[in-house]
Design a protein around this ligand. Structure first.
Ligand SMILES: [Fe+2]
Ligand SMILES: [Fe+2]
Length: 319
């Protein structure tokens, strides 16, 4: 038996210099590359939170599939909700390349130790909410996610390219639904306005707290896993939404919303940040319901996972 000489001690500062140089060149870090532990754990948190949001985000709209007003609307909504499941799966796979399993991540989600976007803790009270979620929530998601196509971690950036293509389709279907309703009856127009009134502020919260209260932003931007600050993205979203609201004929519920010529963007009011933190901490209108539903689905799906594992094992034995 040949005894190999012990491996030379790894010089971490050399590895770190290589990592920093890759980031500085705007190249991608791949799963087999050395990375600082904090980079890895920050990415796991960010990608897991994103994956959980896709999966939990199926619930508010999913509850309208059986009540959609026509076969066409039902098929569209069903396809959209299925897309979100797909997004969750790409993202869990990207996260698995960092050495955590999907099982582990799901357990953390149902135990409440990992978060998902607070927007999904708001209820969908009318069918117009399906359109508003497509327009505003998928619209905000696009603002957040397009820059992530250039994120420094390869598997995440590549997953985001496909996710973003589908999100932009989701946004357009939401806008099309709302514009159809706005050309309908007074009751339909009122339903759209009421829905926009409820979702506008929570949509602004999707970009996270103001930059001054976002301590992780600086490090995440230095690592190239965040490309714009929360406030920059929020501004972009507002500027994008104002002309779309005008085209629809809906009013955005912010008396402070006004064009500012000197900055070349809109001034706008701040969401209720106390409400944001309360929802993030678990006191939103639907937090308990969303997590309980996901937990139940996970438990009821145990036999499917067992059967799939047993089948995969039997195939290995055959080959
Ligand atoms: Fe999605
Ligand atoms: Fe979407």
């Amino acid at each position: 038996m040949t005894v190999l000489p012990p491996a030379p001690p790894v010089d971490e500062s050399e590895l770190l210099a290589g990592f920093d140089a890759t980031i500085a060149r705007n190249d991608r870090i791949e799963p087999r590359d050395w990375m600082p532990e904090r980079y890895r754990s920050t990415l796991v948190r960010q990608i897991a939170q994103h994956a959980h949001s896709e999966i939990i985000g199926m619930q508010p709209e999913g509850s309208w599939i059986a009540r959609a007003p026509s076969l066409r609307r039902k098929a569209t909504l069903l396809a959209k909700v299925q897309d979100e499941a797909g997004h969750g799966l790409y993202l869990y796979s990207a996260c698995e390349t960092l050495g955590v399993s999907r099982q582990e991540l799901t357990e953390k989600l149902v135990a409440g130790t990992q978060k998902y976007s607070s927007i999904f803790n708001y209820p969908t009270l009318s069918y117009a909410d399906v359109g508003t979620i497509g327009w505003l929530v998928d619209g905000a998601a696009i603002c957040n996610q397009v820059p992530l196509c250039r994120t420094s971690f390869g598997p995440y950036g590549r997953a985001m390219i496909r996710v973003c293509k589908e999100e932009s389709f989701h946004q357009r279907q939401g806008f099309e639904l709302l514009s159809t309703m706005m050309r309908g009856t007074d009751a339909q127009r009122a339903m759209v306005q009421e829905s926009v009134d409820r979702f506008w502020w929570p949509a602004l919260m999707m970009f996270g707290p103001p930059d001054a209260d976002s301590p992780n932003t600086e490090q995440s931007m230095a690592w190239g896993i965040k490309r714009d600050t929360n406030d920059e993205l929020r501004q972009k979203f507002v500027d994008m939404s104002v002309p779309q609201a005008a085209a629809l004929g809906v009013t955005l519920p912010d008396p402070g919303l006004v064009w500012n010529e000197s900055k070349g963007g809109h001034d706008f009011g701040q969401p209720d940040w106390d409400e944001f933190y309360a929802v993030v901490k678990g006191s939103g209108p639907c937090n308990a319901q969303r997590t309980a539903h996901r937990r139940r689905a996970h438990e009821e799906g145990a036999w499917v996972r067992d059967a799939a594992t047993a089948f995969a094992r039997s195939q290995q034995e055959v080959s």
